[in-house]
Write a protein that binds this ligand. Sequence first.
Ligand code: AHM
Ligand code: MG
Length: 332
Amino acid sequence: MSNKNKTLGEFIIENQNDFQYSSGELSRIINSIRLAAKVVNYKVNKAGLVDIVGAVGEQNIQGEDQQKLDVYANEVFIQTLINREIVCGIASEENDDFITIEGSDKSNSNKYVVLMDPLDGSSNIDVNVSVGTIFSVYRRITPLGTPVTLADFLQPGVNQVAAGYVIYGTSTMLVYTTGHGVNGFTLNPAIGTFYLSHPNMRFPENGSIYSVNEGNYRQFPQGVKDYIKYCQMEEEDRPYTSRYIGSLVSDIHRNMIKGGIYLYPTSSKSPKGKLRLLYECNPLAFVVEQAGGKASDGKNRIMELQPTELHQRIPFFCGSKNMVDTLEKFML
Ligand code: AHM
Ligand code: MG
């Protein structure tokens, strides 16, 4: 079948046999994420109307519109996955601890855990800037039939079986990988269907965009300072262009299409870095690598790091392969 007008639902069915342990569960997880993304998208798009709707008395009786959107998104993703009884555990950037799901028959018989950042960059909502959802799927390592443990969540990124993001932007997209390349789907909001719009996405090997919060410049490690100066130098292909939205998914998505590097180094404000290994860095690293890009903590491959805690933060450098290679040389 050609890619023309192919929907995400059709794509999932067609590619189900790509999964190493194909039993349909992973497809059902992606389907649940697709559904939750549509629900959250609807709410995110109405965000600017909340005050107006409230003023004319259309706010619902529970005061639902007052709920913070990141809390709402967290509930939608968790409830959708729980209701469908397809995962045995969920860890979210919004929750201190992981959630154990035993299923209505109390059998703990599901194989997968999902880790997610349900609404990243949510402070951007107030100013009408794009936000995103990031997700990551692993097979549990503890025996089926027992409750999940922390060990099921503290797996290195190389163990991911699927990962992706939703970007709620000028259009809403779902981009994901199951280890067979990266595909992007754009939501047609009129009929609520995601269509394959970006088949086999490739991260350009080189780029001319660097994305970093330069307000923290004085606190960065010397290697990062030197690299930023390198980006700004007048050479054949430089200075690079600086673009920083401050919304991780959007910055990575743009760089994946145009070519560029994203940097969130350590600083005295964030001595370990700001971004979370499990909810942000590993899933984005999997997507970026599958598209031919690279993700590093400055020295090591992100996906090979052994996590030590659920909310662990790390420095994150991610983007066009040759740009990240150069950055790493500055970090030696
Ligand atoms: P959050 O998970 O609290 O939303 O924070 C993550 C966000 C990323 O989307 C973004 O890249 C980064 O924080 C921006 O941080 P800063 O404002 O320090 O540049
Ligand atoms: Mg976040």
